[in-house]
Structures are given as C-alpha cells and as structure tokens.
Design a protein around this ligand. Sequence first.
Ligand code: SF4
Ligand code: SF4
Length: 114
Amino acid sequence: MTEQPSAARGVLTRGTVVIDSEACKGCDLCIDACPPRVLVMTTHDLNSRGYRYPTLIPGGCTGCKACSQICPDFVFQVRRFETPLLVAPDGTILDHDTANTATSQSPAGTEAAR
Ligand code: SF4
Ligand code: SF4
C-alpha cells in the first residue's frame, strides 16, 4: 500500500558473514559461539552432502569473527564495518559506500581484518 522503507530490503548492521553452506559439516559449533545468537541452523534444508548448515539472522551480526574462529571448515567470511551499513538478508551489502569494510577468514587467503 505504502512505499516500502529501506529496512524492508535490508537492515543496518555492524557486520555480516558470507556462509559457504556446501563446506559445512553441521557440527553446530558456530551456533553457541555467536555472542548475539544471530546464527541458526537450517531445520529442513541440507547441503549437497546432507548436512544442515547455519544461516544468519540479518541485523545482529557485529563482525566479531567468533564463528569463523571456531569453525573447523572455514565456512565463514566475516565482514566488519566501521560504521553500520545496510545489508540484505543474504549478506549482500546494499550500501554503496563500502570503503569502510574489512574482510577476514578465508582459506583462500583473504586479508584479515584487525
Ligand atoms: S561474526 Fe560474530 S556476531 Fe557475526 S555471525 Fe559470526 S559470531 Fe555471530
Ligand atoms: S562450525 Fe562450521 S562446520 Fe560446524 S555447523 Fe558451523 S559452519 Fe558448519
């Protein structure tokens, strides 16, 4: 009826994660490791190897990297923002000013954030 606010397509957040669900083995370690409890395991969806995997509840990630530090399978790439940015539910950064982003935790050698 009315025009949708920007929050309908994304939320302001201090960080986000990209989740390589195909690499997950469903151990659940990341769920309890996340301080703001914004990771939840799928209940019915499985990856191609038959494992449940975590998904991110948008808006609460702080970019703390606890998930990437505890995950034994390098599933997470963490992005932490110096100022809050608009992020879509799938982790896509909708704010075009990405100059203040920092990325960490990638087995392929992505540079680590401080
Ligand atoms: S970076 Fe921190 S807050 Fe974000 S999902 Fe991982 S553990 Fe949770
Ligand atoms: S810690 Fe890693 S392997 Fe274990 S459930 Fe979380 S993402 Fe999957």
